[in-house]
Ligand binder design. Structure first.
Ligand SMILES: *[C@@H]1O[C@H](CO)[C@@H](O)[C@H](O)[C@H]1NC(C)=O
Ligand SMILES: *[C@@H]1O[C@H](CO)[C@@H](O)[C@H](O)[C@H]1NC(C)=O
Ligand SMILES: *[C@@H]1O[C@H](CO)[C@@H](O)[C@H](O)[C@H]1NC(C)=O
Ligand SMILES: *[C@@H]1O[C@H](CO)[C@@H](O)[C@H](O)[C@H]1NC(C)=O
Ligand SMILES: *[C@@H]1O[C@H](CO)[C@@H](O)[C@H](O)[C@H]1NC(C)=O
Length: 569
């Protein structure tokens, strides 16, 4: 009986890998995606199966076998997809969070009436972003690309009809401010479930995302939840899974850098899977046109590594950068970059794991993570710190040098307390003010390079604004605090102005002109939007009594001018 049970369990676990033969790799995926049946490649890989994967694969093989050359026509593929797959977007049911409240305390902290009404709208948006995975995904996982998780969750919105890893950090912070601790806890439980099952957290909730992760923020999610709910038991039950996720990054994503005769261990994004991304298959295929087999496999692995960083895509990962060398997406070499932000996140993870173990009474484990933290601090200082620039800079393993370009991620160590120099925040302010980035009044741009990629100028992204603002705000420097506030004010005004104009919150914003929804990259800008709402709620929490919804409009300036003239006359 026990034997049967184990065989059955193993069988059930094997089944989702079978669906991966359809959604992640193989001839069926290739033929369908290269036929471009749908305008967005993500459409196909999100379609559930009408029949078992064995049967679908067999039917496809039978068709291939009777077709000279084995390549089906677009019409044949269309008919095949119609008969074997159903429409995407069916794995979730709408779900209204039980812990939602219409008057969380944060609202009372906001002085500006318009901002207060807006925050109330954002609080209400959680109801439309809430989803619960249907039970059929648990019972018949092999019919879906969606990966089952047990608890309800928030999706980002728009095109993204599954959960994402790093987005969820800002969503969870927002949920906690909306006093929805049970929903936040459920989302953390989902990620812990994924670590238990796969040993790491996939980029997003689809089997085709399984081979890559995203910026590791799980332990920071736990910390945010614990700061809100004193749930030590939850921590005790799950600390081994937080450690397991950390171990994944240490085992699978480590690099060694030797500087001045000393070796330092740090981490990078690296996905050594030399195939097109299933959800952007035809684009990756096209990009690699004309390359030989080795080079194109390498390019595809690098695109996936860049996707793992969350910054897909950006000049930050281009090898032949900065100009005058010509650089395009084809120059992506993300695994050669040792990123400041990734190491800042892991630094915080080590710090928190030491703290958590101390809290739970395991002194030896606490000491182990404390030692890891100290090694990290030393490595961050030695590899990333640039004394002349007064900031941390990404390190390139191939060029054996730092990348001098501006990215908001250069300031990430301030946010995660990964430094020991007390003057670091002051230096960071000088760094910002010494560059042109402060002249953009609609938000900090992602870089100063206009490449058409979405993680570059002119786009500005909510999580990057938050990291920089929160990092400066918590310092002891009054100058840094002032800059943090003015960045927050800029960001809030832009988001609010566009909310008034479109009644929508966007995934990213364009800092040009008066501010616009973001542009560029691989798809249309998406509306919703989980992390955007989470960041605004956090800024309103931080500065609710000071932020205002808009600068005085032209007409009010005209009134003031008229009043002055009249009084002078
Ligand atoms: C597939 O089904 C859709 C909707 O039912 C239909 O519009 C389309 O023409 C079908 N395509 C093929 C190739 O059969
Ligand atoms: C991590 O490394 C192990 C051992 O090399 C490998 O089996 C596994 O596929 C890797 N996982 C990921 C997601 O890269
Ligand atoms: C948190 O819970 C622990 C017991 O689980 C208790 O000892 C501690 O005092 C609580 N702390 C707060 C701030 O409530
Ligand atoms: C601390 O953790 C280690 C490793 O899990 C374990 O072997 C040890 O017994 C724990 N010590 C305490 C005091 O709980
Ligand atoms: C700020 O000052 C306080 C008290 O002087 C100190 O404990 C804290 O470590 C300082 N924080 C930073 C980031 O410098």
């Amino acid at each position: 009986c026990k034997w049967l049970y184990h065989a059955l369990a193993l069988f059930v676990q094997m089944r989702p890998t079978l669906s991966c033969q359809i959604y992640c790799t193989g001839d069926l995926l290739k033929q369908v995606q290269l036929a471009r049946l749908f305008s967005d490649d993500k459409h196909f890989v999100d379609m559930p199966l009408r029949e078992s994967p064995e049967l679908v694969l067999k039917k496809f093989q039978d068709l291939v076998n009777v077709t000279p050359g084995g390549m089906l026509s677009k019409v044949q593929l269309g008919q095949f997809v119609n008969s074997s797959f159903s429409d995407p977007g069916q794995e979730f049911e709408q779900w209204e969070p039980q812990d939602w409240t219409n008057s969380p305390q944060i609202l009372a902290k906001i002085s500006d009436q318009k901002l207060q009404a807006w925050a109330s709208d954002l609080n209400t948006k959680w109801k439309s972003l809430g989803r619960k995975i249907k039970d059929d995904i648990r019972i018949r996982p092999m019919f879906y690309s969606q990966i089952y998780v047990p608890h309800p969750l928030m999706v980002p919105g728009g095109r993204f009809i599954e959960y994402y890893y790093w987005d969820s950090y800002w969503v969870i912070k927002g949920l906690l401010l909306s006093e929805m601790a049970a929903t936040a806890k459920g989302m953390i439980q989902n990620f812990l479930y994924l670590v238990e099952r796969y040993g790491h957290i996939p980029n997003g909730g689809r089997v085709y995302y399984l081979r890559r992760s995203q910026p590791p923020l799980l332990t920071m999610m736990m910390d945010a939840y614990l700061a809100h709910a004193n749930d030590t038991e939850f921590l005790r039950e799950n600390i081994h899974l937080l450690e397991a996720e950390y171990e994944f990054w240490q085992k699978n994503r480590s690099v060694s850098i030797t500087i001045g005769g000393r070796s330092h261990a740090l981490n990078h994004y690296s996905v050594q899977v030399g195939e097109p991304r299933p959800e952007s298959y035809s684009k990756d295929w096209e990009l690699a046109a004309g390359l030989n087999e080795d080079t194109r496999q390498e390019l595809w692995a690098e695109l996936k590594s860049a996707a793992e960083s969350g910054w897909d895509f950006s000049s930050r990962w281009f090898l032949s950068w900065p100009p005058p060398l010509p650089a395009t997406l084809k120059d992506t070499k993300a695994s050669a970059v040792v990123p400041v932000d990734l190491n800042a996140f892991l630094c915080k993870t080590e710090h928190l794991l030491a703290l958590f173990h101390r809290l739970l009474g395991n002194a030896s484990k606490a000491a182990e993570f404390q030692a890891a933290l100290e090694r990290r601090l030393e490595a961050v200082q030695a590899v990333f710190w640039n004394e002349a620039a007064g900031v941390w800079l990404d390190y390139n393993l191939l060029k054996k040098q730092q990348n001098q370009a501006f990215y908001p991620s250069n300031l990430a160590p301030l946010w995660t307390d990964c430094f020991s120099d007390l003057a670091a925040a002051e230096r960071a302010v000088q760094y910002l003010e010494g560059s042109t980035v402060m002249s953009y009044k609609n938000g900090l741009p992602t870089s100063l390079a206009r490449t058409g990629q979405q993680w570059d100028l002119p786009n500005a992204w909510p999580p990057l604004q938050h990291m920089v603002i929160a990092g400066l705000a918590k310092s002891n420097s009054s100058r840094a605090k002032e800059v943090a506030f003015s960045l927050a004010q800029n960001w809030v005004r832009t988001n609010f102005a566009l909310y008034e104009k479109y009644q929508a919150m966007f995934e990213k914003y364009n800092v040009d002109g008066d501010g616009k929804p973001g542009t560029g990259g691989e798809y249309q800008v998406q509306e919703g939007f989980g992390w955007t709402n989470g960041v605004i709620l956090q800024l309103l929490d931080l500065y609710g009594n000071r932020l205002t919804s808009g600068s005085p409009s032209f007409s009010s300036w005209a009134w003031i001018a008229a009043a002055c003239i009249i009084s002078l006359v």
